[in-house]
Design a protein around this ligand. Structure first.
Ligand SMILES: NC(=O)c1ccc[n+]([C@@H]2O[C@H](COP(=O)([O-])OP(=O)(O)OC[C@H]3O[C@@H](n4cnc5c(N)ncnc54)[C@H](O)[C@@H]3O)[C@@H](O)[C@H]2O)c1
Ligand SMILES: N[C@H](CO)Cc1c[nH]c[nH+]1
Length: 447
C-alpha cells in the first residue's frame, strides 16, 4: 500500500480542487445509462425484470420477493439475546433523539382577520432501502424505520438485497430491527431495480410516495433518476458511498485516527477517506497505523481499494484544515485537536460532526442516537442529515374573514395589476364589491 502526503500550500488552486474530487465522478455517464436501462426494464416488464436482475446481480436463481411472516419469525428466533439487546439499546437512543424532533404546527394571524397555518402530516407510503450488497446493515433499518414509525407513516416497505444468495434469505438482524420499528412488508430486492420497483410499482410491490436510504452508486443514481420524474417518487437525499474526513493535530492518537479512517474504508471500494493535519508527524504515524491495522481486517481487500482513493493532506495550520474540510464538504467529519471547540466554529459544510478523542464515527453509525443516513459527494453543502421532518409533508391552510378581505384586498389587487394578472385581481375585487354592496344594503335596512 502506497500513501502519499500532499502539501496543500504547495498546490495551485486547480491541483487543490483535483485533490478533493470524489473517486467515481469520471464514470458517471455510463452509470447513468446502466441505471436508466434497469429502470426502463422494471417499468415495462415488472416482476419479470426484478427476477432477471436478482439473477444477474444477486445470484438468486428465483426470488420469492416478499419475505413471509413465517420466514420473518424464524429468522428472529435464530438471533442471540445479546445481539437483540444491542439492537434494542440502539433503537432506544435513536428513538429518543428523533422523538425530540417532533415538528410543531403553526397558526398565526398575520394581520387582523387573516389566519395562516403551517401543518405537518406524515407521508402516507414510504419505501426504505437498506443496503446489503457488501454487508447487511441492520443499523440502517433503525435509522430509517424509527423516524417512519414516530411520524406514523401508514405503509412502510423495506427492501434489501439478499445476504445469502443460496437461501434467498436476508439477515436476521435486519428482520429483527424491522420488527422493532413495526415493519412487516419486506422484500429481498436490492440495487437500482429495487428503487424502480418502489417508485413505479410492479405486480407484487406497490408504489410508494418517497424513497429513503443509502446505497451504492447504482442505488444513489436510481434514486436521483426516479425523483426527477413526476410519476416516480420523491427521495430523501443522495446518500452514496461512505466518506470521512478527519482533522487531527499532534494531540491526536494515530491509533484512533487510523481506526476511524478504516471504519469507512471497509464499507466499499468506492468509499473515500481523507486526513487533514498540520502535523507531519501525525500523518506519518497514521500511515504506519493504517498499514498495521489494515492487515488485521477481514475486509482488508475492500479497505485497501478504498485507501487507494484516500487523501493525506498537510496544511500550515488548523484554520487551513478547516478551509479544506469546508471545500470538500464531507459526509462525516471527525475532529481530534487541542482546540476542538474553536475549530467547530469554523466548520461550515459537514453532514455529521464527531468531536473529541472518544467520539468515533462508529458511535453515530450505530447507537448514540443521531441518524447515519447522510448526504455524500459534497452534497452536505446544501443537504441535511436525515431527520424526523423528512417523513412528513408540510402544507399551509389560510382563511380570511370579511374584515380581513376588506383590509388586505386592495393590496392584493394592486400587486396583481402590477403583474398584469387581471383574473387574480378580479378574484379579489369582485369580493370587495360584494362586501361593499352587502354593507350598503344592511346600512339601508338599518335606516
Ligand atoms: N451515505 C450514507 O448515509 C450511507 C449509509 C450506509 C451505507 N452507505 C453506503 O451504502 C453502500 C452500500 O453498498 P452495497 O454495494 O454494499 O449495497 P447496496 O445494497 O447499495 O447495493 C447492492 C446492489 O447493487 C446492485 N449492483 C451491484 N453490482 C451491479 C452492477 N454491476 N450493475 C447494476 N447493479 C449492480 C445489485 O442489485 C445489488 O443488490 C456503501 O457504499 C456504503 O458506503 C452510505
Ligand atoms: N457509515 C455508514 C454511513 O455512511 C453507516 C453505517 C452502517 N453500518 C456501519 N456504518
Amino acid at each position: 500500500m502506497q500513501f502519499q502526503i500532499s502539501n496543500w500550500q504547495q498546490l495551485d488552486q486547480t491541483a487543490q480542487q483535483a485533490l478533493l474530487e470524489r473517486p467515481l465522478q469520471q464514470e458517471s455517464d455510463s452509470l447513468k445509462q446502466t441505471v436508466k436501462d434497469i429502470i426502463r426494464a422494471v417499468r415495462t416488464e415488472g416482476d419479470a425484470a426484478l427476477q432477471r436482475f436478482s439473477r444477474d446481480f444477486d445470484k438468486l436463481q428465483s426470488n420469492p420477493l416478499r419475505l413471509s411472516e413465517q420466514q420473518q419469525q424464524s429468522l428472529i428466533v435464530s438471533l442471540s439475546d445479546e445481539l437483540k439487546t444491542a439492537i434494542q439499546i440502539a433503537y432506544r437512543n435513536i428513538r429518543t433523539f428523533h422523538a425530540a424532533q417532533l415538528p410543531q404546527n403553526i397558526r398565526i394571524e398575520t394581520q387582523p382577520g387573516v389566519v395562516c397555518e403551517l401543518n405537518y402530516s406524515a407521508l402516507d407510503q414510504v419505501g426504505l432501502y437498506v443496503p446489503g450488497g457488501s454487508a447487511p446493515l441492520p443499523s440502517t433499518v433503525l435509522m430509517l424505520g424509527v423516524p417512519a414509525q414516530l411520524a406514523g407513516c401508514r405503509r412502510v416497505v423495506l427492501v434489501t438485497p439478499p445476504g445469502q444468495p443460496e437461501a434467498g434469505d436476508i439477515a436476521a438482524e435486519i428482520v429483527y430491527a424491522a420488527s422493532l420499528c413495526g415493519i412487516t412488508e419486506i422484500y429481498t430486492l436490492g440495487g437500482a431495480q429495487a428503487v424502480a420497483a418502489l417508485a413505479y410499482g410492479t405486480e407484487t410491490i406497490g408504489k410508494v410516495d418517497k424513497i429513503f436510504g443509502p446505497g451504492n452508486r447504482f442505488v444513489t443514481e436510481a434514486k436521483q433518476q426516479v425523483s426527477q420524474d413526476a410519476r416516480g417518487a420523491a427521495i430523501d437525499m443522495p446518500a452514496g458511498p461512505s466518506e470521512v474526513l478527519v482533522i487531527a493535530d499532534d494531540n491526536a492518537n494515530p491509533v484512533f485516527v487510523a481506526a476511524d479512517l478504516l471504519s469507512q474504508a471497509e464499507h466499499g471500494p468506492d468509499s473515500q477517506v481523507v486526513l487533514v493535519s498540520p502535523s507531519e508527524a501525525l500523518l506519518v504515524n497514521t500511515i504506519s497505523e493504517l498499514k498495521r491495522q489494515t492487515a488485521l481486517l477481514p475486509r482488508a481487500e475492500i479497505a485497501k481499494k478504498a485507501l487507494s482513493n484516500s487523501r493525506l493532506i498537510l496544511t500550515p495550520d488548523l484554520a487551513t484544515a478547516a478551509l479544506v474540510s469546508n471545500q470538500y464538504a464531507p459526509e462525516h467529519l471527525i475532529i481530534q485537536t487541542a482546540d476542538d471547540q474553536g475549530l467547530l466554529r469554523k466548520l461550515t459544510n459537514a453532514a455529521s460532526i464527531f468531536v473529541g478523542p472518544y467520539t468515533p464515527e462508529s458511535a453515530g453509525d450505530y447507537a448514540s442516537g443521531t441518524n447515519h443516513v447522510l448526504p455524500t459527494y459534497g452534497y452536505s453543502r446544501n443537504h441535511s442529515s436525515l431527520s424526523l421532518a423528512d417523513f412528513y409533508r408540510r402544507y399551509t391552510v389560510q382563511s380570511l374573514t370579511a374584515d380581513g378581505m376588506r383590509d388586505l384586498g386592495p393590496t392584493i389587487v394592486k400587486l396583481a395589476k402590477a403583474e398584469g394578472l387581471d383574473a387574480h385581481a378580479n378574484a379579489v375585487s369582485f369580493r370587495l364589491a360584494e362586501l361593499e354592496l352587502s354593507a350598503k344594503i344592511s346600512e339601508e335596512n338599518r335606516s
